[in-house]
Design a protein around this ligand. Structure first.
Ligand SMILES: [Zn+2]
Ligand SMILES: [Zn+2]
Length: 241
């Protein structure tokens, strides 16, 4: 775990043959009110929890987990993580939180072929990710998280309930899998995905002034060139319909 800004720590995903999402820890340590963003792939819960502990954070200080979206590589180890954090709440955008509560995990797997493969690979049963969602986000909220402030931006396209978290003061964006370093964007062929929605979401993110980009995978960027997201959005626009 390493600090990328005051009140923002980074735990790098440990990719296997399926990627493991990064985890971010938000909030100033002195607040004892910390938030995890995303969890990761099945089997990576212990690694994430150990990283938090090795970073000197008491597990009792972690009050909630906010999911950028609920693909398997982000939510897979959420049940493992929550076993270590029984008091922590789970916050997810309504568009993915309600289906999960109803046991609809089509977004988790993204496509039926992948479901079959993962269920046999990881011994998962149908409904393995049915869970109570403590707060359903809509987009437009301003969240006070351990003396740091984050705006919730609903950015569908990669998935129907993808959100970004934006810290305007420090110009930090956590976009989930919507936009990455190196002009890459999230795939838009899975359940609930939409090229035109992704195009609109990228345009919305392009309007934000971002200096630190903290995506769900691959490298993070600590001095993002001005106009980076707009250039990326424009480059991809012809493919997104
Ligand atoms: Zn994803
Ligand atoms: Zn991902």
């Amino acid at each position: 775990m390493r600090q990328v800004a005051e009140g923002v720590c980074f735990i790098k995903g440990q990719d296997e043959f399926i990627p493991d999402s990064h985890v971010y820890v938000l909030g100033k340590a002195s607040s004892h009110d910390l938030t995890l963003v995303d969890a990761g792939l099945m089997g990576k819960g212990r690694y994430k929890i150990l990283s938090i502990q090795e970073g000197g954070i008491p597990l009792a200080d972690i009050k909630r987990v906010i999911m950028t979206h609920t693909h398997l590589d982000h939510i897979g180890c959420l049940p493992e993580v929550l076993r270590e954090l029984p008091e922590a709440e789970v916050w997810i955008h309504r568009n993915e939180g309600e289906p999960l509560e109803n046991g609809d995990d089509r977004t988790v797997y993204g496509m039926e072929m992948f479901r079959t493969m993962c269920q046999s690979q990881y011994g998962l049963s149908d409904g393995a990710f049915r869970m109570a969602v403590d707060r359903k986000l809509e987009g437009g909220e301003t969240l006070s998280l351990g003396q740091t402030t984050w705006e919730v931006v609903h950015i569908p396209g990669h998935s129907v309930g993808s959100i970004g978290l934006y810290n305007r003061e420090e110009r930090i964006l956590i976009p989930g899998d919507v936009v990455y370093a190196d002009h890459a964007i999230g795939r838009y062929d899975l359940h609930g995905a939409s090229g035109p929605d992704l195009k609109r979401s990228l345009s919305a993110l392009a309007d934000l002034d971002v200096n630190i980009l903290l995506p769900g995978h691959n490298r993070i960027v600590e001095k993002l060139p001005p106009g980076y997201i707009r250039q990326t959005a424009e480059q991809w626009a012809p493919y997104l319909g």
